[in-house]
Design a protein around this ligand. Structure first.
Ligand SMILES: Nc1ncnc2c1ncn2[C@@H]1O[C@H](COP(=O)(O)OP(=O)(O)OP(=O)(O)O)[C@@H](O)[C@H]1O
Ligand SMILES: [Mg+2]
Length: 363
């Protein structure tokens, strides 16, 4: 009987339509966001929760403790008293790739075939094991060209994640890339400034726990997306090692400081070394986009992510790109309708952008 009920629930979920539940499985936490879209394209945040993950729950993109993740999601759904079951799941890391592709204009099927054919060569894990999606950014009329952005993720990884989400009682309708979700919120956040920023080019950096993700945005879409394997967790691990404390204690020390709220000298030097290493990597990737006089030079720089709060990061980036650095506040254009504590609001502002972008999707 329960088997039958499960099947029925699955069927119901597979037919369900509407706004999707955004789920971002980050290294430090799972973030879940439920939004509502008014007719005027104004999004409202109804529900949000960030559930911290324990040490080493994800290693090199492999989920090591699936039970912890499944439990966190199903518990959140109970807490939310949420009936909706359909999900937009975000992925990132080496199992994903994006590429801006331009093909000759033509009839729709031809354009689609061309984009897919062209994109295959850019998939490092092979097109045979990839789910590929694209969206048309626009048409360059004078050259008869269609400008598009392609995203791909490894099928076997997608299947694994879909399985975990199913075990939590939910149904993945759409898989998106975290960088696209971020861009969704970013475009929304720009509002009236969109054309100016889009024409001049912007560097966007998401300072996470596992990754630092870089997006160069120009002419209404990303022209470069890249992840560096350096993030805030490295600082946490170094604090653990050098100060002989647990992962949780090290996180606490890093984020809140000692009993007086100060960061000990030892910690400051760990952070400094980390920042220098990270800035060196960012310089290599962004070289082309920050070189004065380069035709690709970007004029704006935006940041987000929990590790952007590490002392010295904003200053380091500003010096590197030689631009003012602006922190994206996704809640400037997404109205908060649900009830949240001040602390939660702050966490949504800095760490929630990807989950919000995933939750902006509907089918
Ligand atoms: N105030 C703060 N000062 C320093 N670091 C912070 C602060 N707040 C959060 N962090 C760090 O930010 C990281 C979490 O940020 P975020 O939620 O953006 O990452 P994530 O999405 O879990 O990681 P990833 O995207 O790499 O998988 C953690 O490493 C955390 O220690
Ligand atoms: Mg993240």
């Amino acid at each position: 009987m329960s088997e039958l009920i499960n099947k029925f629930n699955d069927f119901k979920a597979s037919m369900e339509k509407g706004q999707l539940i955004g789920i971002d499985i980050g290294l430090s936490a799972i973030k879940i966001a439920i939004l509502e879209d008014s007719k005027k394209g104004q999004f409202k945040l109804l529900k949000y929760r960030s559930i911290p993950l324990s040490e080493a729950s994800i290693i090199e993109d492999e989920i090591q403790k699936p039970e912890e993740i499944i439990e966190a999601i199903s518990e959140t759904m109970k807490l939310f008293k949420e009936k909706k079951k359909i999900v937009c799941l975000g992925l990132d890391g080496p199992n994903t790739v994006t590429k801006r592709i331009q093909v000759p204009d033509g009839v729709d099927e031809e354009v689609e075939d061309n984009i897919l054919w062209e994109s295959e060569q850019y998939i490092p894990f092979g097109a045979d094991d990839a789910e590929i999606g694209f969206s048309i950014i626009g048409r360059i009329e004078e050259d008869d060209i269609v400008d598009s952005i392609v995203g791909a993720a490894k099928s076997s990884v997608i299947q694994k994640y879909i399985g975990y989400i199913a075990e939590a009682g939910l149904y993945v309708k759409t898989v998106d890339l975290n960088c696209f979700a971020l861009v969704n919120v970013f475009e929304n956040y720009l509002g009236d400034r969109f054309y100016e920023v889009s024409d001049s080019g912007a560097i966007i950096i998401d300072f996470g726990a596992q990754y630092t993700s870089i997006i160069v945005y120009k002419n209404a879409g990303p022209v470069l997306t890249k992840e560096v394997n350096i993030g805030g967790v490295l600082v946490t691990e170094e604090i653990q090692r050098s100060m002989g404390v647990s992962y949780e204690e090290a996180e606490d020390l890093k984020v809140f400081g000692d009993d007086n709220g100060n960061l000990p000298e030892e910690l400051m030097s760990i952070i400094e070394i980390h920042n220098d290493k990270l800035m060196d990597e960012l310089r290599k990737i962004l070289n082309f986009y920050i070189a004065a006089g380069s035709s690709e030079q970007a004029s704006y720089c935006f940041v987000t992510g929990g590790s952007s709060k590490l002392p010295g990061v904003l200053e380091g980036v500003s010096k590197l790109v030689d631009l003012d650095v602006e922190e994206i506040d996704p809640l400037e254009t997404i109205e908060v309708k649900g009830k949240f504590s001040e602390e939660e609001i702050e966490s949504i502002r800095t760490c929630g952008i990807v989950a919000l972008g995933l939750g902006m999707r509907k089918i």
